[in-house]
Design a protein around this ligand. Structure first.
Ligand code: PMP
Length: 443
């Protein structure tokens, strides 16, 4: 035991000294070091170096859809790596897993989305979509169509384009990213999209991008008619509709892709995360048949956009197996069923506790908005969601807080394999965590 403690201490020090954590509280990380050093995962559970086990109520970063410790995926990765770890997809080179995955995506994607450009993650996927959209308009003889409209409270990633498209201001302020080619419409109002298009000049807009359900921005589910209205406005002005399915893809919301809840087919669709359940780094953009054909007909030169790892054979092989698991194990149906269970649990907590303002969610994406007074909707002066996250972690549940733009919300996205018993445990822990915070903040 002494030895374990020493090695933990050593890792804590090395972490503080050498590891610059992504999206992290810099000072706290420097002072306290990592809160968990995870060593193993099985199903919905994670275990840390001290032997503590916690429920991964966020599928880590909304991505471990098939759960942790799936040996089937490890085996496929090892086989593909041993056979062909990497080869280029630039120019006319190709590999079998990338080809088969692109074909599989054409089969499962909504409507006529049919051709895929692969990336290593979601930020690259979104930047690719912006660049392809802008290039598309150059090919169509409308090079002034350069602007990308996104939404308030959106999160699209951290590459320069996706940072600029991110509606959550702190992410743009962080690097002074205020590119005038990016503009923002209210996240719930299709009429505001029209207003922005008119204000900017329709002939200057390349595309509009939206998440079917906003995740990192605080769990906002669009109104039922929102995407139909938005699609019709985009059509009216000849603007491309891009959906960002980085979180909502691959079963998360109880359908294969989130946009299927809204009966709309976008011109481009970005994905990442759930395509491999986090077992390999992969993302991409799908183009509709119409856009793809236009590209094919109008392009004479070289497609001057490509990542070294576009179509990575191992990542694509893992994705194919991951999709097979999602289908064979009926995980999309389970996400719908367990999503309803989670929602019921949230409503029970709402009845038991005083500080729940609103219960939000779709499928296995859920959020609880916290308020000081639910009658007047008065917020706490300092957000309490981070306190809930801390109390939940102490009791064995990982969840996440969103406090941007005056929000005070705790969000959840457990793995799609979660059972009824595990869900009940998650809800119990959450209730106790909220009760503890309530006792502290409502005195
Ligand atoms: N889009 C959305 C909707 C996301 O939630 C995220 C990541 N949370 C991204 C894009 C960026 O993806 P990545 O972190 O893989 O670059």
């Amino acid at each position: 035991m002494e030895k374990v403690k020493n090695s933990v201490q050593e890792l804590m020090e090395l972490d503080k000294k050498y590891f610059l954590h992504p999206t992290s509280p810099i000072k706290q990380q420097q002072d306290q070091g990592p809160s968990f050093i995870f060593t193993e995962g099985k199903g919905v559970m994670l275990t840390d170096i001290l032997g503590n086990t916690v429920i991964d109520g966020m599928s880590s970063l909304w991505n471990v859809n098939v759960g942790h410790g799936r040996e089937e995926l490890g085996k496929v990765a090892m086989e593909q790596m041993s056979k062909l770890a990497f080869s280029s997809c630039f120019a006319t080179y190709s590999n079998e897993p990338a080809i088969r995955l692109a074909a599989k995506l054409a089969e499962i994607a909504p409507g006529n989305l049919n051709a895929t450009f692969f990336t290593s993650g979601g930020s690259e996927a979104n930047d690719t979509a912006y660049k392809l959209a802008r290039h598309y308009w150059i090919l169509k003889g409308q090079p002034n169509r350069k602007k990308i409209i996104s939404r308030t409270k959106s999160y699209h990633g951290v590459a320069m384009g996706s940072t600029n498209a991110t509606g959550l201001k702190p992410f743009r302020e962080f690097t002074n990213a205020f590119d005038p080619d990016f503009c923002y419409a209210d996240h719930f109002s299709s009429e505001d999209l029209r207003r922005v298009i008119e204000a900017e000049g329709p002939e200057t807009i390349a595309a509009f991008i939206a998440e079917p359900v906003q995740g990192a921005g605080g769990l906002h589910v669009a109104p039922d008619d929102y995407f139909k209205e938005v699609k019709s406005i985009c059509n009216e002005y000849g603007i491309l509709l891009i959906t960002d399915e980085v979180i909502t893809g691959f079963g998360r919301t109880g359908k294969y892709f989130g946009i299927e809840h809204y009966g709309v087919v976008p011109d481009m669709m970005c994905f990442a995360k759930g395509i491999t359940s986090g077992y390999a780094q992969l993302g991409g953009v799908m183009l509709s048949e119409t856009i793809h054909q236009d590209y094919m007909e109008l392009s004479t030169g070289t497609l001057l956009h490509g990542y070294t790892y576009s179509g990575h054979p191992m990542a694509c092989a893992v994705a194919l197996k991951n999709i097979e698991l999602i289908e064979e194990e009926g995980l999309i149906a389970n996400a719908e069923k367990m999503g309803a269970e989670m929602h019921k649990g949230f409503q029970w907590i709402e009845g038991e506790r005083k500080i729940i303002g609103k219960v939000k969610g779709l499928g296995l994406m859920g959020g609880l908005e916290l308020v000081k007074d639910r009658n007047t909707n008065e917020k706490f002066q300092n957000p309490v969601a981070p306190l809930v996250v801390t109390e939940a972690a102490k009791r064995g549940l990982i969840c996440r807080s969103v406090v941007f733009d005056g929000q005070d919300t705790v969000v959840f996205a457990p793995p799609l394999i979660i059972s009824k018993e595990e869900m009940a445990k998650m809800i119990d822990i959450l209730h106790d965590a909220i009760a503890a915070v309530e006792a502290e903040v409502l005195q």
